[in-house]
Design a binder for this molecule. Structure first.
Ligand code: ZN
Length: 183
């Protein structure tokens, strides 16, 4: 997964993208989604720790987020919409402080603990090109190796059938989208 560029324009296209991301997250029964998981190379992720679309007051949008502080340690099981069906224990900070831009353009700062802190760290990682499997011990990786191989084989099959974008197509698309949101 590629790294993301900061957003410099908060416009209707960005607001539409955020709505689409929230919808995709709920439809996939997720609790968080990063823009680059749906093909947008920008510093943006959404979260609803309840995963319940009927609790929109629990929705949070993070534009150009920066984690300022991490405290403590906690291991718990994680999954990812980009690795369907794969779950593994990941060690994360227990609490974090994060600054980002809100949808109205103001700067927002949050402190999160436990599960929301875990989701935020997971999504933040995506924006920096890191997946949860990159955090796993050799032993955990060994346990999920077969599932990972299966995903890879499926993806390669999709590529051959034209259902997935090639690296070159992806690069071109990313450059076009960066022009839209990042200057
Ligand atoms: Zn993920």
């Amino acid at each position: 997964m590629y790294k993301c560029k900061p957003v410099t324009l908060i416009n209707q296209q960005l607001r539409d993208l955020i709505s689409m991301m929230l919808q995709t997250m709920y439809e996939s029964c997720g609790v968080g989604l990063a823009a680059n998981q749906v093909g947008y190379p920008i510093q943006l992720f959404v979260m609803n720790a309840t995963g319940d679309f009927e609790q929109p007051e629990e929705e949070y949008v993070f534009i150009n987020p920066v984690i300022l502080k991490r405290k403590g340690n906690q291991t718990d099981q994680e999954g990812c919409l980009s690795f369907p069906g794969i779950y593994a224990d990941v060690n994360r900070a227990e609490s974090i402080e994060i600054e980002s831009i809100a949808i109205n353009g103001s700067i927002q700062c949050f402190q999160w603990q436990d599960r929301p802190a875990r989701i935020v760290q997971h999504e933040y990682d995506h924006l920096h090109g890191v997946s949860f499997v990159d955090h796993l011990s050799d032993l955990s990786l060994h346990e999920i190796r077969e599932d990972l191989n299966e995903l890879k084989i499926n993806y390669e099959g999709d590529l051959r059938l034209g259902f997935a974008q090639s690296a070159e197509e992806t690069k071109k698309r990313i450059e076009e989208l960066e022009k839209l949101f990042c200057q």
